[in-house]
Design a protein around this ligand. Sequence first.
Ligand code: NDP
Ligand code: MG
Length: 388
Amino acid sequence: MNTENTAHKKIVILGSTGSIGTQALEVVESYPEQFSVCGLAAGSNAKLLEQQIRKLHPAVAVLYDEAAAADLRDRVKDLDVTVLSGMDGLCELAQMKDADMVLTAVVGMIGIRPTIAAIKAGKDIALANKETLVCAGHIIMPLIREKGVRLLPVDSEHSAIFQSLQGHPKKRVRRIYLTASGGPFRGWSREQMENVQVEDALKHPNWNMGRKITIDSATMVNKGLEVMEAAWLFEQPKEKITVVVHPQSILHSAVEYEDGALIGQMGVPDMKLPIQYAFTYPDRLAMEGNELDLFALSQMTFEKPDLNVFTGLRLGYEAFAAGGSVPTVYNAANERAVALFLDRKIGFLQIPELIGRAMQAHQKVEAPTVEQILAAEQECYEQIASWI
Ligand code: NDP
Ligand code: MG
């Protein structure tokens, strides 16, 4: 664990070829004195990972996919880099002796095991991969405390809440306002959403993100996942977490204290700030080109989410209330449904339908182990395959 925030930080990035991963590398490159990467990992994109290796010289690189890893090994044979593959490779990378911090920015439940491995090895965690807390918060949080490492949120709302909690006692929190942009279909009826196409759902009004999370924003399942993420991260009951739709995405979330003070974090919608803050915490480093011009800001508006239209969010609350392995099923069913939607096999409204059906069909396991979480995921995938 690196407690000296001024010291040079060696970072491992899991998911370096993705939306968060590539922005994290921009942060690293803009402060070469402060940061370097000692390990990079992705799923199968050998071409981009090769470019990143040539530029940033990590000692170890991992591609989950075996064949892609073999291709990468061949591409970088002129360099001094070890190429690993599979889950073993990801976990080995996450525990790298040299690393001070691990950024988990893979998409999906694949992040659970490497995150646990990194915590056990005493690494600070910068967490983008919200699925890890949703499914395994009951395993991750006690482990974080036991190992005395830091868990720094990268998700913009959670970073905002984290920033708003600095210097204030958690026990005095009255309420957390978790903001949501409302996505491209804010204010629509279910009838209007009936014939939504993939292209429509991928058009996010404010944020440029990976495909899966962009669809999750359109269904508001992302916010369902984020309520659970916030409850685990900040150890607050879900009743204290209020989702508020704020279409301008300027207030990134806020904390209301018992004395009525509402402290929030504002800024232009740019993931590089929460990524950099997780790397520099509790320090802050200059970042160019992201100044919020208050004078140009014409308005900030706030609305209640419509849970009868955005049933994906309602199911998120239900999944969290049910607990145990149910959030895993919520997440897994959503992952599969989003993939089917992106493949144009199901309609947009079938995404929450499938999630609800999978939750209904599931036999809950209390406090599931990692094996039970992954088994619930698998079972859910098989069930959905049998329905579609
Ligand atoms: P992307 O789809 O853009 O990137 C996913 C990354 O994960 C890629 O590097 C991909 O590699 C890698 N990956 C996929 N499968 C595997 C695997 N089996 N093993 C190892 N690596 C794998 O996703 P995002 O960057 O958008 O999101 C990443 C995480 O961050 C998600 O959990 C998301 O919810 C969260 N998040 C994202 C935000 C954003 O603005 N994008 C905001 C807040 C949270 P490859 O390229 O080879 O497939
Ligand atoms: Mg978010």
